[in-house]
Design a protein around this ligand. Structure first.
Ligand code: I6G
Length: 676
């Protein structure tokens, strides 16, 4: 064999391999080869074809993307028209269809008709034409008689074979089906487009249609498109099986992708069971469907039944309730969530969608509201899929009326009238009345009582929900006025548990400034920030009166945190709750003020803490040392004056001993502090 014949043979072998593995991967969803091996085959073929351009064939798997964009789509005439399907929107309509089939066929009304059933994909109908097993044309349905020539684009869809597998296929085989974009691919595509500031699509169907309408096939090739074939059109020079279900099996053998959810069912009952199963699965499928299709399985019956106007008498689409509908935005209001997020909600002209009447739909946040540019009076697409909260998907701009009103984020919380804080660059606007706002009560209390905040043992979420529901606790300060008798009126609360809970509430009064600050639940103020604020200011009143600028002087406090803290303490409600907490007996060690501390008993002394102190938490020790003017550092050096050690003291103690730094235990520390 000559060198060029050997190369040619190798290239043909590689193509066969790649086609077969494409088939395993895309059509059977059962790959045989690891990706890396597959890539190796493709790379070898690409390299052979690059070095020997004359061996390239049009159906080579390397030739999916044509080099040049087209100027416009050509028109093609479908040899056999691409029909539409009759719809059934109810069980009765399905029964009527079945009755008509039986009547026309004059079959025994007691013996069930076999139907080939499959989901109806929400995509774009296309036709693929294979001549002698080679893909020669791809077309849209168009008006059924004429469609657009999208050959260059369908070639880029990896699930579309450029040549058929095996043998026995008709010389001319036209197959029809649905091109779609799986949901995951759609989400990813939209996210990327959003990041790049490019056009996004409203739903996977529009994304599939838009992708097929690209003039540049390189762009289509980047879109995650897929296909399921569901019917044959023109067939010449070959025979097909006697049943529709067998035809689909045969298409799959030839490398064409058919829907794995297809099944043959018996009579109306079988159809209804299939409909219910698919309905239950609908939200779990990787792609959108809008119903199921039943086709009389026997092709001789199909031929007998024929067509009426533009639809076959032997098939029907049984539709699910639509998940998207058009309606009008009557108003845009704002809701406050458990964490204070102020969310725009569209009040809609009631519309039946996703099986229920919807009159409210979320707009998610201000960023989304602006991005979608939803205005009062607009006609919008509202979507309700499964049990998900209905959402406004998009505005129909061409239906915008004059005077459609833009909505701004409210300055005051619609629930508690506290200021609403919108931070530049952040999508979510928030109510600043965290401790006071009824919408946020339960969440604020849960956080307040949590272990790392006020550590109220036994005050769990369920109990909090109950206390809020009966309006016994509005702010955390109310917790400190609960009585055993009141607690005993709650579900599953006996005297013992009530007493135990009150004891933990009582215990929580003794706290530290940093825990207390953390417990207030100020947005962005986690434990570390609370501790930094407590350490810096030393007392609450200085912190509460600090300007945004001076807040930013605290280590790790930037403009966002500073504005949150400032906004929180600017709210009178929040200051009132703090006063009530202090009045109820919540207490911590404070440094009187910076000036006073400047000449405290420990002023100028540097402390390092190591190990667990027996009767004091580390935060407490730190707060008290700082309140006495001392500084607490994280590492031991020659500048350290005291290392305070507790149980399981670590290397800091050894280092102190090495450097000759004075080491003291808690008792000695207490003595130093008592000298204050
Ligand atoms: O629009 C369609 C969706 C699904 C169809 C169809 C189908 O089968 C699963 N089948 C036919 C025959 C037609 N339209 C005309």
């Amino acid at each position: 064999m000559s060198a060029s014949a050997t190369i040619q043979k190798r290239a043909e072998w590689l193509r066969e391999q790649i086609r077969y593995h494409n088939y395993r991967y895309h059509v059977l969803d059962d790959p045989e080869l690891p990706d890396i091996e597959y890539d190796r085959l493709v790379r070898e073929l690409e390299s052979l074809e690059r070095d020997n351009p004359d061996i390239v064939t049009a159906d080579s798997p390397t030739q999916r993307v044509g080099a040049n964009p087209v100027k416009a789509f050509g028109t093609i005439a479908h040899k056999l028209p691409m029909l539409s399907l009759e719809n059934a929107f109810s069980e009765d309509e399905l029964r009527d269809f079945n009755r008509r089939v039986i009547d026309r066929l004059q079959t025994d009304p007691d013996s069930a008709i076999a139907y080939a059933a499959e989901p109806k994909l929400d995509g774009v109908a296309v036709s693929l034409l294979y001549e002698e097993g080679r893909l020669v044309r791809g077309a849209t349905r168009g008006d059924g008689e004429r469609g657009e020539d999208i050959t260059h684009n369908v070639r880029t869809i990896e699930a579309v074979p450029l040549s058929l597998l095996g043998r026995g296929f008709p010389g001319t085989l036209e197959v029809r089906g649905e091109v779609f974009m799986p949901r995951a691919g759609f989400r990813e595509f939209n996210e990327n487009a959003r990041i790049k500031g490019e056009k996004t699509f409203v739903n996977p169907r529009n994304a599939a249609a838009g992708s097929l309408r690209q003039l540049d096939p390189r762009l289509t090739a980047e879109r995650p498109l897929d296909i399921y074939l569901y019917a044959v059109g023109q067939v010449d020079g070959g025979k097909l099986p006697q049943r529709h279900s067998q035809v689909l099996d045969r298409l799959q053998d030839w490398g064409l992708k058919v829907c794995p959810e297809r099944r043959v069912v018996e009579g109306v009952d079988g159809c209804l069971q299939f409909y219910r199963e698919m309905g239950a699965k609908r939200d779990l499928l990787a792609y959108d469907i809008d119903g199921v299709v039943y086709k009389v399985d026997r092709l001789d019956y199909q031929a007998q039944l024929g067509f009426v106007s533009r639809a076959p008498r032997w098939a029907i689409a049984h539709k699910f309730p639509a998940q998207e509908e058009l309606t009008i935005v009557r108003d845009i209001e704002f809701q406050v969530g458990r964490t204070g997020a102020v969310t725009p909600v569209a009040r809609l002209e009631p519309v039946f969608v996703g099986g229920v009447t919807v009159s409210n739909a979320t707009l998610h946040n201000m960023h989304e509201l602006h991005r979608k540019d939803v205005r009062i009076g607009d006609t919008v697409i509202v979507r309700r899929a499964g049990d998900v909260i209905p959402e406004v998907v998009a505005v129909l701009l061409d239906r915008r009326v004059k005077g459609a009103r833009v909505v701004k984020v409210p300055k005051k919380c619609p629930i508690c009238s506290s200021a609403v804080l919108s931070i530049e660059g952040e999508a979510v606007a928030r109510c600043t009345g965290g401790l006071f706002c009824p919408a946020q009560r339960a969440e604020a209390l849960r956080h307040f009582a949590s272990r790392r905040a006020m550590d109220i043992d036994g005050l769990g979420s369920k109990l909090i929900e109950q206390l809020v529901a009966v309006d016994r606790v509005r702010t955390p300060a109310d917790l400190y006025h609960l009585t055993v008798d009141e607690l005993m009126t709650l579900e599953r609360m006996g005297q013992k548990s009530a007493e135990k809970l009150l004891a933990s509430i009582e215990r929580s009064k003794q706290t530290t400034l940093s825990r207390f600050l953390y417990a207030l639940g100020i947005r962005e103020v986690g434990e570390a920030t609370a501790s930094a604020l407590a350490g810096h200011f030393g007392n609450l009143s200085e912190l509460m009166s600090a300007s945004e600028e001076s807040l930013q002087a605290v280590s790790d406090v930037g403009p966002v945190v500073a504005s949150r803290v400032y906004a929180f303490f600017s709210e009178k409600h929040n200051r009132d709750v703090i006063q009530s907490l202090i009045k109820a007996g919540v207490i911590w060690a404070e440094r009187a003020s910076k000036a006073a501390v400047a000449d405290g008993p420990l002023t100028g002394k540097v402390f390092v803490l190591t190990g667990t102190l027996p009767g004091m938490t580390r935060d407490e020790a730190k707060d008290r040392i700082q309140a006495a003017g001392g500084k607490v550092s994280g590492s031991v050096s020659a500048k350290t004056d005291f290392v305070v050690f507790g149980d399981k003291a670590g290397s800091k103690l050894t280092k102190a001993q090495k450097l000759g730094v004075r080491t003291i235990d808690q008792q000695e520390l207490e003595k130093l502090l008592a000298d204050q």
